[in-house]
Design a protein around this ligand. Structure first.
Ligand code: ADP
Length: 654
């Protein structure tokens, strides 16, 4: 379409703008709506979850309130050590510190037990010591200590004497005898030993219980766990260490014995609260103030929290993991969710990752703690919203593409209409202009003849010949106009039959011959023999050749040399019209087949023509499946070649 793409773009761009701008606005509005919807959905969801979540936080708080109250109950009426033992061994807390109501530390505290009775009988003790240390008479000393033990009324003194006896026996190498004194006799039940119940609570001058120390010493002497007395002795000592009932072991002694025991039997897990004792000691070593508030408070030990009972006589020590686990189990019982999970968070330990859907405080008992609700899996709402957005976007794009397509079709149609209107106007103007000249010249000649204004018959015949030529030219002009008009309406239906190229050439040459064969023009027709037939419309193809010949004549000056060549090449038949005329520039050569195109040269201007001839040629040749090309050089001439496919059938020889 000539000039079509040039005019199409502004209209297309306009249509695109008309389509794109509202669509883009629409998309923007849609995405804003989707975002808002997302926020609304989240809000709705959090409204749905929040009451349950807050109720859970209250349950958590109540749990800790109950737990704090339970601390006082556990400690109520029990001696401090026993209270500690209960709390720790029952698993209420990781460790505990016990105060009395006036805030004085009761457990763990070392110097709370009185010393173990009066000074020993100095004379007998002095004698026994003399034997042991000065004389190194260990057997004698052992016997002397045994005597003291036997005769002493005081259990503390007797126990100390037995301890000294065992020491002498050990030093004398009588290990088994020493073990018997320390851990009780295996054979002779009447023999004096520390296993006797009478010595159960005996203490040394520092307040330490003698029997557990003796049992430890016996275990050390036995060495090998396979010793027949080992298991029984160990069992007794462990029972004593785990027993927090009064009279209790001083905490320092208890910790010492536990530690030693762990060294002696490293492979055997002992049911002892070693860690709890250590933790309490470690905590007290930081010199803590008794917590003032009834809530979980951070201690100066890393990850350790203190929970005081309401009366603050008990301060339970809890490790962070334990608190999180306990809170977690309360939450799990309260909110058995599959679509969400709850994270327990401590303040100052980084933010929850990913950002929680809801975050609430765990209550006044856990002031630094929070519960974070996470929805399981990827955020279902954002996924849904994203799907929605994608659907909107796709719809938007499809609508845009569809509208753009419609716009293109409409634009094309509009352009075509525009072009047709323009063509019609050009056509009318050209037709009127072109018809005017031959008509008026014929009228003048006819008027002259009618008026009898001619000299002789010869002149009359000359006028008539002029009239006939003008008439012929008019007919050709009208033929061209009609072909063009039909062509524009695409109504030109060609009747294709097998044609002999030579016949077409001859017919066209006959039409122009009288005109071409004059003193200033040489016209050669060079037709190769045995040309194959072409499928074509006879009249249309004659029009093609005539147009080319006509142009060759029109656009040549004096001394014209025009050749019409016809030959076969590559399965085609070529009709070639060559002239030695004014020629054309390269640019003009490219455009000569456009409708109404005329090279703006004086000769082209002065020659009759309307710029339709070559476009008709191209239309007809295209409809025959052929090609037409122009080669030209300004001032040297032009060659137009039409190539039509040969049908393959040989044409009759001319
Ligand atoms: P017109 O009716 O003007 O001859 P055409 O479509 O036949 O229209 O030709 C278009 C233009 O191409 C002409 O106006 C002329 O300028 C140029 N042209 C065509 N044939 C020749 C030729 N043989 N030599 C030089 N110029 C030519």
């Amino acid at each position: 379409m000539d000039g079509g793409s040039g005019g199409l773009w502004p209209i297309l761009l306009l249509l695109l703008a008309v389509v794109l701008v509202p669509t883009a606005c629409l998309l923007w509005f849609m995405s804003a709506a989707v975002r808002n919807e997302r926020i609304a959905v989240r809000q709705k969801l959090s409204d749905a979850y929040l009451p349950q979540f807050e109720a859970t936080a209250r349950r958590v708080n109540e749990h800790w309130q109950r737990k704090a109250a339970g601390l006082s109950d556990a400690a109520a009426g029990a001696p401090p050590a026993q209270a500690f033992g209960r709390l720790v061994l029952d698993g209420v807390c990781d460790s505990a510190v016990i105060y009395d109501l006036s805030g004085i530390l009761r457990y763990p505290r070392n110097a709370e037990h009185g010393v173990g009775g009066p000074e020993p009988d100095t004379r007998r003790w002095a004698a026994a010591r003399n034997l042991e240390f000065a004389r190194a008479d260990l057997a004698g000393a052992a016997a002397a200590y045994a005597g003291i033990a036997r005769d002493s009324e005081d259990a503390n003194i007797a126990a100390r004497a037995l301890q000294a006896q065992a020491r002498c026996l050990t030093r004398a190498g009588q290990t088994e005898a020493a073990i018997e004194v320390l851990a009780g006799p295996a054979a002779d039940p009447s023999a004096e030993s520390l296993a006797d119940l009478a010595y159960r609570d005996a203490r040394d001058p520092q307040g330490r219980l003698i029997v557990p120390s003796a049992q430890l010493m016996a275990l050390e002497l036995m060495g090998d766990p396979a010793h027949p007395r080992h298991a029984e002795t160990l069992e007794r000592l462990v029972a004593r260490l785990a027993d927090y009932a009064e009279p209790a072991l001083p905490p320092g002694q208890r910790r010492f014995l536990m530690r030693r025991l762990e060294e002696i039997v490293p492979d055997q897990p002992l049911p002892l609260a070693v860690a709890a004792e250590d933790l309490a000691a470690e905590y007290l070593a930081t010199g803590p103030a008794r917590p003032a508030f009834a809530s979980l408070v951070r201690t100066s030990l890393d990850g350790l929290w203190a929970l005081p009972s309401p009366d603050r006589t008990v301060v339970a020590l809890l490790r962070q993991e334990r608190i999180a686990a306990e809170v977690g189990s309360v939450v799990a019982a309260e909110m058995p969710l599959t679509e969400a999970s709850v994270e327990v968070l401590v303040a100052g330990q980084g933010d929850a990752e990913p950002e929680p859907f809801l975050l609430v405080s765990a209550g006044e008992y856990l002031p630094d703690w929070h519960l974070a609700l996470h929805l399981a899996g990827p955020d279902p709402f954002s996924a849904a919203t994203n799907r929605q957005i994608a659907a909107y976007l796709w719809t938007g794009f499809l609508v845009m593409a569809f509208t753009a397509l419609i716009a293109a079709v409409v634009g094309r149609h509009l352009l075509r209409q525009l072009r047709l209107t323009r063509l019609k106007n050009d056509f009318i103007a050209t037709v009127s202009h072109e018809l005017k000249t031959p008509l008026s010249s014929t009228r003048v000649l006819v008027d002259t003849l009618l008026a009898g204004n001619y000299r002789n018959q010869e002149q009359a015949a000359e006028y008539l010949q002029l009239i006939a030529r003008e008439n012929e030219r008019l007919s050709r002009l009208i033929d061209n106009f009609l072909s063009f008009s039909r062509m524009e309406r695409d109504r030109r239906a060609f009747e294709l039959t097998d044609l002999e190229p030579a016949e077409i050439v001859a017919a066209a040459a006959d039409v122009v011959r009288s005109r071409f064969e004059s003193h200033d023009c040489r016209f050669d027709v060079d037709t190769a023999p045995d040309l194959p037939a072409v499928a074509g419309d006879r009249d249309a193809l004659i029009t093609v050749v005539l147009n080319l010949l006509d142009n060759a004549y029109k656009y040549s000056d004096n001394d014209r040399r025009i050749t019409l060549r016809t030959y076969a090449a590559d399965g085609h038949v070529c009709f070639e019209v060559q002239d030695n005329g004014i020629g054309m520039s390269k640019r003009a050569t490219r455009r000569v087949f456009d409708r109404f195109y005329q090279v703006d040269s004086s000769l082209a201007r002065s020659a009759e023509g309307c710029g339709l001839g070559l476009s008709i040629v191209k239309f007809i040749v295209d409809a025959h499946g052929g090609t037409v090309e122009a080669r030209s050089e300004p001032g040297k001439g032009s060659t137009f070649t039409v190539r039509l496919p040969a049908t393959g059938r040989a044409s009759r020889p001319t």
